[in-house]
Design a protein around this ligand. Structure first.
Ligand code: HEC
Length: 189
């Protein structure tokens, strides 16, 4: 079977799965790191709603990570192949632009492939430091005039030797330590 086509159908499948969640309304979320809440912010979300959102992020995180590993394992053979990292960046950009869930893949080593794939605001910067010191994830509930959001940063370790083919400096990172992170901003509903 044509390899490109296979890769494409795989990605399209994942995209279809993710986009089938009923959130589509094109409006960008301002990644507001303010812990202080504006006066017109609504009621604080319930613990049950926060927990539901946490579970949703957990599911998305698992799907994304399994996909990145599977694509790298089966379809990336040389450093000129379309990398799973590039696929993830593009997938996350399309998801973020087409719905309310915001997702980014960022670097945690200080040496990203693409300069824009780095921690941008206080939440992400603090989160990268927390993940590197061994925390399983980093989260924050944010409320602004548009509603309440759960922000979560989860670690991306070097899962396979193949990652080093393109990111040579990952070889210097102790096994199991995060080399990157996935940053989520998801409405609490
Ligand atoms: C074939 C080369 C290649 C392989 C193999 C590869 N990557 Fe990447 N990776 C890239 C490129 C190119 C980008 C930049 C993508 C963009 O911004 O469009 C990237 C971006 C990333 C980023 C975002 C930060 C940055 O450096 O820009 C992370 C994190 C990442 N890759 C992790 C991994 C992991 C983990 C693996 C192994 C499962 C892996 N990569 C395998 C080429 C590769």
């Amino acid at each position: 079977m044509n390899v490109c086509l296979t890769k494409f159908s795989l990605l399209a499948g994942v995209l279809g799965l993710v986009l089938s969640s009923p959130v589509l309304e094109s409006q960008a979320v301002v990644a507001d790191d303010a812990v202080a809440q504006p006066e017109n912010a609504g009621d604080a979300p319930s613990e049950a709603a926060i927990e539901r959102t946490r579970q949703k992020v957990k599911m998305l995180d698992n799907i994304f990570k399994q996909t990145i590993v599977l694509i790298t394992d089966k379809y990336v053979h040389g450093d000129d192949d379309f990398a799973a990292g590039s696929a993830a960046v593009l997938l996350f950009k399309n998801i973020s632009e087409s719905g309310k869930d915001q997702v980014r893949l960022i670097d945690a080593t200080g040496d990203p492939y693409e300069a824009e794939n780095v921690a941008r605001d206080a939440f992400e910067k603090k989160g990268v430091t927390a993940l590197k010191s061994g925390k399983a994830n980093h989260e924050l509930v944010v409320q602004n005039e548009k509603g309440a959001y759960l922000r979560v940063l989860t670690p991306v370790p070097v899962v396979m030797e193949k990652c080093i083919m393109c990111h040579a400096h990952y070889a210097d990172v102790p096994k199991g330590d995060p080399i990157g992170a996935i940053s989520y901003t998801v409405p609490i509903q």
